[in-house]
Design a binder for this molecule. Sequence first.
Ligand code: G3P
Length: 220
Amino acid sequence: MKFFIDTANLDQIREAHDLGILDGVTTNPSLMAKEGISGEDNINRHYLEICRIVDGDVSAEVISTDYEGMIREGEKLAGLHPNIVVKIPMIRDGVKAIRHLNSKGIKTNCTLVFSAGQAILAAKAGATYVSPFIGRLDDVSTDGVELIAQIAEIYSTYNFQTQVLAASIRHTMHIVQCAEVGADVVTCPLEPILGLLKHPLTDIGLARFLADHNKLSDNK
Ligand code: G3P
């Protein structure tokens, strides 16, 4: 199971990378805007900076919504760095663009996926990754993790090579649940990743080990 961080914040990317468990990064236009990054040149420079920190797939999203525009943007983004994965929305022209970019050997991440039907289309088009947004499904009283399980089962039945990238992860249990149902990748903010570290019994146990060790050392 791969761990990606879902942010354009360089400090957080460095912190997750320093932990030694980071396999890649996903971004989207909202995350770039949150960091105040705008303008094509600045955005491209920012992607390159991310690629310098992390040696793994880095998803960069197109802004166009028409086929020609997505192809043009996608080819440009892919040309920035070999680790760039072109993120394409799950719309009619997006499916066609994924097929085209795949035929050119360009990796793609099909985003804004909310149903198994959309995930089947993404796989048929040859997407490298499919990104179901589980938190946003939970927000509308629909089980996001259940969708991950459903897609993982369909892909396994038909041996689709598209990797299930669980996105819109909101908390640590989402990560564990996605692992249980067979997500290939989870992409999440830094906090849920750090949340995996926490257990009060670990802290209590460590404090006791150190206290016992120090008692003996004090007696010598
Ligand atoms: O990876 C998709 C993610 O950035 C969306 O997350 O929390 O805005 O639903 P959220």
